[in-house]
Design a binder for this molecule. Structure first.
Ligand code: PEP
Ligand code: MN
Length: 258
């Protein structure tokens, strides 16, 4: 089967875009800067944001879907957003989003994953599943099984790290042995690394991205924003498209190593 995640292709698949869609202008401007500085395979933006505390920005909702889809057309790449319930799935499909992802706080809940899976019966769409926030490999695998059972064939994993009370360096600890174990159990499943949510810090993105490339991950999903410090969510970990281009150019890929 032809996978949108291009398993086995030379270049790692690259997904980038803002943590959240904030305004139409911010989404399109970020996409135009991406066009100028990077060569990406898929555009991301969060429309519904799972925030830890109430009274944080929780996403613009349905209106942002058309901003994302139009920005994807401008870039000529497919688009992806997070879905956490059946209403999100319905609205994302209606708007023409190309790929869905299930977030870390949803993967932990088998009821929620099952409801999303049930709403995708008979639908052909690629789905990415982030690891659950807790380091539970079986729960992560269970989410893929629920999606496979309803006929979703084009699947990918996103490794975004695991919650701990305190960590001196990373926002979410990578526990690299877990995605490695996932690969052993499901060898054909592409695995995409998410250095943005692992590090929580734009200065650490390169080292984590390079580690993922050294471990032969299939791709990277990195948050980028036209004005990162002013971002409405995850400001510390986003970087400008220009700096994303520099980061990508400095990655040493396996094919380049002698
Ligand atoms: C995100 O990708 O912006 C996000 C909310 O991610 P996670 O589910 O990994 O926290
Ligand atoms: Mn984010």
């Amino acid at each position: 089967m032809n996978s949108i995640f291009q398993k086995g292709s030379k270049r790692p698949i690259l997904i980038a875009g803002p943590c959240s869609a904030e305004t139409e202008e911010q989404v399109i401007e970020t996409a135009l800067q991406i066009k100028q500085f990077c060569n990406i395979d898929m555009l991301r933006a969060g429309i519904w944001k799972p925030r830890t505390r109430p009274d944080s920005f929780e996403g613009v909702g349905e209106i942002g879907l058309s901003w994302l889809v139009n920005a994807g057309k401008e870039l000529g790449v497919p688009t992806t957003t997070e879905v956490a319930n059946t209403k999100h799935v319905e609205q994302a499909l209606k708007a023409g989003v190309d790929v869905l992802w299930i977030g870390a706080r949803t993967t932990v809940n088998p009821f929620a994953v099952q409801e999303i899976a049930d709403s995708l019966k008979g639908v052909t769409i690629p789905v990415m599943v982030k690891n659950p926030v807790n380091p539970d490999l079986e729960l992560w695998i269970g989410a893929f099984e629920r999606l496979e059972k309803v006929g979703i064939k084009d699947l990918a994993a996103i490794h975004r790290g695991f919650s701990v009370y305190k960590h001196p360096k990373y926002r979410n600890v990578p526990n690299w042995e877990i995605p490695i174990a996932l690969h052993e159990r499901l060898p054909n499943l592409p695995i995409i690394n998410d250095p943005s949510h692992i590090t929580g810090n734009r200065n650490l993105l390169l080292e984590v991205s390079q580690k993922a490339m050294d471990l032969n991950f299939d791709g990277l999903i990195i948050e980028t924003h036209r004005n990162p410090d002013a971002a409405w969510s995850d400001a510390a970990q986003q970087l400008t498209p220009e700096n994303l281009g520099i980061l990508l150019d400095s990655l040493v890929l396996r094919s380049q190593k002698s």
